[in-house]
Ligand binder design. Sequence first.
Ligand code: FES
Length: 208
Amino acid sequence: MSIEAQLESACDPDDARRTLLIATSVAAAVPALSTFTALVRTFEPSERAKAAGAPVEVDIADLAPGQMKTVEWRGKPVWILRRTPDMLASLKGVEGQLADPASERNRDEMTPAYARNAHRSIRPEFLVAIGICTHLGCSPTAKFDHGPQPSLPDDWNGGFFCPCHGSTFDLAGRVFKNKPAPENLQIPRHMYAGDTRLVIGKDEQGEA
Ligand code: FES
C-alpha cells in the first residue's frame, strides 16, 4: 500500500469507529471477568483452610437412636450423637443449671448461627460437637445413664463428664454452672449432604 493510501486509511472514520467499538467491548469484558474470578475464589477453600485439613464426610445411616460415633476432623474428635426423644426432652429440664444455655459466649467461634437454638444443632435429633473440654482440653466421657453415679449429681439426666477437673455438659454440649470449663463444647461448622450424609468442616458459607 502506498504512503498516500495508508494515510487515507488511518483517517477513515469507519475504521476509527470499529477500533473504538472493539476496545470498548474488551474494556467491558475485563471487569466482568474479574468479578467472575472473584466469585469463584469466594467459593474456593482459603489457603488456611486447605492447610488445616479437608472436610470429612460421614455416613450416619447406621447410627441408632441413643448411639454416638466419633470421627476425626483436623486431628480433633467430633462426636455425632443421635438423640432419642427422651434425651431431647431432658435439654429443657436442665436449662436453669447451665452456665450459658443460649450459647451466647464466644458464639462466633463456638456455635454457628444454625446451632444457636434449644437443641444446638441443625436437626434436633443429631448433636455434632467437638469432644474437647473447653477448660484445659481433656476429653469428656459420655454419661448417658440417668440417676446417681460417681462424680455426678443424683438428679443427673445424661450428658458428658470431664474426668480431669469435673466439668459436666448436658446432651447438647452445654456446660453446667460453677464448673471449671468456661464455655460450652464447640459445634464445628457442618452441613448435611443428603438424609444420611453429614459433612464436617464445611457449611453453606464454605469451608471452616
Ligand atoms: S480439662 Fe475438663 S474440666 Fe479441666
